[in-house]
Design a protein around this ligand. Structure first.
Ligand SMILES: *Cc1c(COP(=O)(O)O)cnc(C)c1O
Length: 463
């Protein structure tokens, strides 16, 4: 029974009082807002009881599904003790245990955990640590204050993490607030900025980076990268060897390597951390999104012992890292995160993905025949399907046609939630999704594209 009085009331209140993220509100209030009030496994349900496959994993955070019994239980158990106590001047059991667990899991060499509550701040903390590190390390180089990032990278929305991001649309209004950076081209093989082909290119995209580092390393504190795949850029996988080459250049030019695994961490790419694919240990590692299995806002910045030691000293030496948030290390979030890691172990999630990822790859190939599907990019359970008007020329639709938006709207009618980025359709299923659910996601997507195409051609015939 759609549109009961209660549903209508809530929808109106949403329009009256809520300002949604990354949303043109004039457009939003024109439609009936989707109000979700339940979840189970790979599904979420709206107030009318309609079910939707959660193919965004609730914007990339959900790992083991909704209402996962162990995570539910862990949060309840913590709640029966205390919801929150401060990390300023005190500690608490789940927060301590999680730090220990993260250090065991993370690439070797990362030994300390600094908590925060979202990906943007985890990145910003890494940047601040890098700058302060160079002032206080055994051979101080206080001029090292700048950063290198990859073009169209996304590292968050706060002023610091936005400075490190390359997505022009997000930056445009705030240019006056952002600090200057060095940007290198994205290693975008489908649309290579150098018009080369891998592997014949022999990673030619590395040489502009090397030139920057050679010339400016004395002023560069760190380089930030989304390991193996640029997510918000449209699921852009890095060519093999790219991450390792970045690590080597950072080491050679004494630039701290910051790995932003906010999107890729916790199994998304088929390994616990994407850095593992090329046996890379960054100097700083930011995690958030999947850390609590998609339950609660929690983030962490991991640092090497070498970085941690640079902050070590007597109080009046002023080496302290002056940063922290009210909810730093929140015990409920940490309990959810510990349970999330337990489920990884008990369900052998990573091992299962080894077979499931190539299987999913094969399923996705059925999209290949669609005349609008230009490119299917997959790194583990991160999938970008690029819609083009012409496969050969890779020509895109005019942006005002908003094909991605219309396909997502059609998919929603068919019971699939996706959030496209421009005309790139993103599939980011929970790692726990069954083969049947995954197949259904692909099938609905194929149908949604076909229906939008049919509508478009009938409306153009009508003209
Ligand atoms: C989502 C994301 C962020 C920002 O995290 P928030 O929790 O949304 O602040 C940073 N980096 C990457 C790679 C992300 O995908």
């Amino acid at each position: 029974m759609p549109g009961s009085f209660r549903v209508k009331q809530l929808q109106q209140a949403d329009k009256d009082f809520v300002w949604h993220p990354f949303t043109q509100m004039k457009e939003w209030v024109h439609h009936a807002p989707l109000i979700l009030n339940r979840g189970k496994g790979s599904y979420v349900f709206d107030l009318d009881g309609n079910q939707y496959l959660d193919a965004t994993a609730s914007i990339w955070v959900n790992i083991h599904g909704h209402r996962q019994p162990e995570i539910d239980r862990a949060i309840r158990a913590q709640l029966s003790k205390v919801a929150h106590t401060t990390m300023l001047g005190a500690s608490n059991p789940p927060t301590i245990q999680l730090a220990k667990a993260l250090v065991h899991l993370a690439p070797k060499g990362l030994t300390k955990v600094f908590y925060s509550d979202n990906g943007s701040t985890a990145v910003e903390i890494a940047a601040k640590m890098a700058v302060q590190y160079w002032k206080q390390c055994p051979d101080p180089q206080p001029d090292k204050t700048r950063f290198v990032h990859v073009g169209s990278s996304y590292h968050g929305d706060t002023v610091g993490s936005l400075s490190l991001s390359g997505i022009e649309g997000f930056r445009r209004s705030f240019l006056s607030l952002l600090f200057p950076t060095y940007a290198i081209d994205s290693p975008h093989c489908y649309r290579c900025p150098l018009s080369l082909k891998f592997p014949d290119c022999r990673l030619a995209c590395m040489s502009p980076l090397e030139s920057i580092l050679k010339e400016h390393h004395q002023s560069i504190a760190g380089l930030i990268i989304e390991p193996m795949v640029q997510a918000v850029a449209g699921i852009i996988p890095a060519p093999p060897g790219y991450l390792r080459a970045i690590r080597e250049l950072c080491t050679r030019y004494q630039v701290l390597m910051i790995a932003d695994e906010v999107a890729t961490g916790f199994g998304r790419t088929g390994r616990m951390f994407a850095c593992e694919h090329e046996q890379v240990t960054p100097d700083l590692l930011a995690v958030a999104k999947g850390l609590t299995g998609g339950y609660l806002p929690l983030a962490a910045t991991l640092a090497t012992e070498q970085i941690y030691r640079a902050f070590w000293g007597e109080y009046d030496e002023g080496r302290t890292f002056f940063h922290g948030h009210s909810y730093t290390g929140n015990p409920l979030g940490c309990a959810a995160a510990l349970a999330t890691l337990q489920v990884f172990k008990r369900q052998r999630t990573i091992q299962k993905l080894k077979k499931r990822i190539p299987w999913l790859h094969a399923q996705l190939q059925t999209l290949q025949q669609d005349p609008w599907v230009g490119d299917i990019r997959q790194v583990g359970y991160m999938i970008g399907i690029e819609i083009v008007s012409d496969k050969i020329s890779k020509c895109v639709f005019p942006s005002e046609e908003r094909m991605g938006y219309h396909i997502a709207a059609q998919a929603r009618i068919l019971g699939l939630l996706i959030r496209p980025i421009g005309d790139i359709l993103i599939l980011m299923p929970p790692l726990s999704a069954s083969t049947k659910e995954l197949r259904q996601m692909v099938d609905i997507l194929i149908l949604a594209i076909a229906l939008v195409r049919a509508k478009r051609s009938s409306s153009s015939h009508a003209q």
